[in-house]
Design a protein around this ligand. Structure first.
Ligand code: HEM
Length: 204
């Protein structure tokens, strides 16, 4: 039944983080692959770091919320292999939501030019201890740059698969898996809502 939905907080966190990751991916590619005016580049780096740290903090809130609130069950009609794929995908997404911003934070902490991070131009953000005090930072910075870039591409591939699976549920299997992660639509008539069965496939 559609009554099994994600909570409003889970829905907000999900879409805010999805938008954040999309923006970070575009900014990251622009920063590292286009020739920009140094001032613009500096601003873009600061914005990328600010949104990245926000995604990291949102991931902490999201994990805490997820542990305290059971998500809706997967449709009963879902084959075991698809269930396993969905759980593995979600687990990996959580891993990347923490891991990728942490590699970005590590990268700026060990940067040889040591530019301070000021979140949205207001809150000074510290560098990670140990990394910021290393004597020979350059080789470690180079490693974190690679790890951050490959991690970002891997996350984008994972997000692509995740979105494709959600669209397959909506348009091909035609169940409520995507709808329960969308804001509930306000009813404009006095007509009673018709409950949609999760297992639409079996009656269509
Ligand atoms: C989910 C979070 C994040 C995503 C999706 C993301 C994505 C990206 C991408 C796609 C690139 C370009 C990689 C390349 O092609 O070389 C990049 C570069 C970069 N990111 Fe992130 N990022 C995230 C979080 C962070 C955070 C939290 C920080 C720092 C606090 C950060 C700092 C940087 C820096 C400094 C670069 C430039 C590296 C270089 O100069 O080669 N990122 N990021």
């Amino acid at each position: 039944m559609v009554t099994h939905r994600y909570t409003v907080v889970a829905i907000i966190l999900h879409w805010v983080m999805a938008i954040g990751i999309g923006l970070l991916a575009v900014m990251g590619l622009v920063m590292t692959h286009l020739k920009l005016d140094p001032m613009r580049l500096f601003q873009l780096y600061q914005l990328h770091k600010s949104i990245g740290v926000t995604v990291l903090l949102a991931a902490v809130v999201r994990l805490a919320w997820r542990l305290a609130h059971r998500p809706p069950e997967l449709p009963e009609s879902m084959p075991p292999l698809e269930r396993a794929a969905a759980s593995t995908g979600h687990l990996l997404l959580y891993g990347f939501l923490f891991g990728l911003p942490l590699t970005g934070w590590a990268l700026v902490s060990v940067s040889v030019i040591a530019i301070p991070t000021v979140i949205f131009g207001v809150i000074p953000w510290p560098h990670l201890p140990v990394l910021s005090t290393l004597a020979d930072k350059a080789p470690v910075e180079a490693v974190f740059k690679q790890v951050h870039a490959f991690g970002a591409y891997a996350l984008l591939a994972l997000v692509g698969g995740h979105a494709a699976a959600a669209l397959r549920h909506h348009f091909i299997i035609r169940d409520d898996v995507l709808l329960r992660m969308l804001p509930r639509r306000r009813r404009t008539t006095g007509v009673q809502p018709v409950e949609v069965n999760q297992n639409v496939r079996s009656i269509s």
